[in-house]
Ligand binder design. Structure first.
Ligand code: DAV
Length: 375
C-alpha cells in the first residue's frame, strides 16, 4: 500500500512538501477582512490589480530555487497549478473583484495525519484559492487509498461575518494592541473562519491563534471534528495585526519553541508548556528594519523557518541573527534566499504545506494541567 500523506507536526523529518508559485498574483481590492490587515501607511492602501511581472518573475526564481534546495535534501516537491487570479469572484452571497495567489499553500492546506483540509478563509479574495491545489489533492486521492481529501465548511462571508466600521483610520497603534489583548477582531463569531497558518500542530495538540483570520467558532469546529485531539486557543497581545502563528510561535523540535519577543505568549497560557518541560525562547531580532515593498507581512518573517528535521532548518539567507540563534540552539542551518517572494504571501514556512513527515500522532503534553487555553 502506498502512503502519500502523513504529517502530525512541523519538526519530524520532512519527506514530501508542496512549494507555492507566484504566477498571476494579484493585490486584491479592499474588503471587510483585508482592510484591517493592510497597515495604514502601506503603499498598498487603495491600490489593487496584478502584481508587476518583474516581481512575479523574481519571486518565482526564488521559489524554484527553494524547491531545488529541498529536492537536494531528498525531499519530494510538488507545485500547485496557477489560476488566473485577475478575475472577479462571485458567490450567491458576495462579489469581489479579484482573487489572490497560490504562493502560500500554508494558509490554505492543513495536513493532520492522513488528512488534508482546505481551510475556511475569511478573505473573500481567497475563496477559490484551494483550486490551485486541487490537481495535487486529486492525485494524492488516486494514489493513496487512505488519504482523506477534505474541505472545511465553506463560510458564506456575508456582512454578518465582519464587524462594521471596525476599521477606522484614526485608531492608534496602542488602541490596536488593546483590541488584540481584548480579543476584539474584525471578524465576528457568526460562522467558523480560519486560515491553516493559524494552526500549530504538535501531535495530539493543536494550538490555534485567535486573531484577524481565525475565530473561536472555528476552534469549536476543530474540537468537534477531532474529538481525539486537544484544541488550544492562544493569542499574542503584542501583535497589532495578528494573522498566522508562524512568525510568532514556531516549534523547532520536541520541547523547544521560539517566540516573537514582541508577541510573547501571556503567562497564564504558558502553563501547558511549562508542565510538560517545553522551553519557550525569544526569537532573534530580524536583520531588516522594514519588509520588502508591497508586502503584507512584518519583518518577523525572519523566524518563519522551515524545519527539515530535529537538527536541520531552512532560514532566509539574509537573516544573520536568526541563523546565529539557530546554530546556538543546535540546529544546522540551510540558508535560502527568499526576500523577493515575501510580498506574495510570506516566508519559507508560509510558502510550503506538508505532505509527508515521518512520525505518528504523539502526545507531547501528557501533563494536562489546569489549562486556560483548552477549548
Ligand atoms: O508577522 O506579519 C506573517 C505570517 C504570514 N503567514 C507577520 C505574520
Amino acid at each position: 500500500m502506498t502512503t502519500i500523506v502523513n504529517s502530525w507536526n512541523d519538526f519530524d523529518p520532512l519527506k514530501h512538501v508542496i512549494v507555492g508559485r507566484a504566477d498571476f498574483s494579484v493585490i486584491p481590492p479592499e474588503e471587510p477582512a483585508t482592510s484591517e490587515k493592510v497597515p495604514i501607511d502601506s503603499e498598498m492602501r487603495g491600490m489593487w490589480g496584478p502584481r508587476p511581472t518583474a516581481t512575479v518573475e523574481a519571486a518565482n526564481e526564488q521559489l524554484d530555487n527553494y524547491a531545488k534546495i529541498l529536492e537536494g535534501l531528498g525531499i519530494k516537491v510538488d507545485r500547485p497549478t496557477p489560476l488566473q487570479w485577475n478575475q472577479a469572484i462571485t458567490t450567491p452571497d458576495f462579489r469581489t473583484e479579484s482573487g489572490f495567489t497560490q504562493m502560500p499553500p500554508r494558509d490554505i492546506l492543513l495536513t493532520i495525519g492522513k488528512e488534508i483540509i482546505s481551510s475556511a478563509n475569511s478573505f473573500r479574495c481567497r475563496y477559490f484559492e484551494y483550486l490551485a491545489y486541487w490537481p495535487l489533492m486529486k492525485q494524492y486521492f488516486d494514489e493513496d487509498p487512505e488519504f482523506l481529501w477534505t474541505q472545511a465548511p465553506r463560510p458564506r462571508l456575508t456582512d454578518k461575518s465582519y464587524k462594521h466600521n471596525y476599521y477606522d483610520e484614526k485608531i492608534s497603534l496602542e488602541e490596536r494592541l488593546e483590541r488584540t489583548a481584548a480579543k476584539d477582531f474584525v471578524t465576528t463569531e457568526f460562522e467558523p473562519m480560519w486560515d491553516a497558518a493559524d494552526v500549530m500542530r504538535v501531535g495530539k495538540d493543536l494550538f490555534i491563534q485567535h486573531g484577524l483570520t481565525t475565530n473561536r467558532t472555528a476552534m469549536e469546529w476543530f474540537k468537534r471534528y477531532y474529538p481525539d485531539l486537544r484544541v488550544h486557543a492562544v493569542n499574542f497581545p503584542g501583535d497589532p495585526y495578528p494573522i498566522h502563528i508562524d512568525a510568532t510561535f514556531v516549534p523547532l523540535r520536541p520541547g523547544l519553541i521560539i517566540n516573537n519577543p514582541h508577541r510573547r505568549l501571556p503567562e497564564e497560557q504558558r502553563k501547558i508548556f511549562e508542565a510538560n518541560d517545553w522551553q519557550i525562547v525569544d526569537a532573534a531580532q530580524p536583520a531588516h528594519d522594514t519588509p520588502p515593498p508591497l508586502c503584507y507581512s512584518s519583518v518577523w518573517l525572519s523566524m518563519n523557518c522551515l524545519v527539515i528535521d530535529h537538527k536541520t532548518v531552512c532560514v532566509e539567507a539574509s537573516e544573520v541573527h536568526q541563523m546565529e540563534q539557530m546554530d546556538k540552539l543546535g540546529m544546522n542551518v540551510i540558508p535560502v534566499p527568499f526576500r523577493d517572494a515575501y510580498a506574495f504571501g510570506g516566508g519559507l514556512h508560509c510558502a510550503t504545506a506538508d505532505v509527508y513527515r515521518e512520525g505518528t500522532c504523539e502526545d507531547y503534553f501528557p501533563n494536562q494541567v489546569d489549562d486556560p487555553t483548552l477549548v
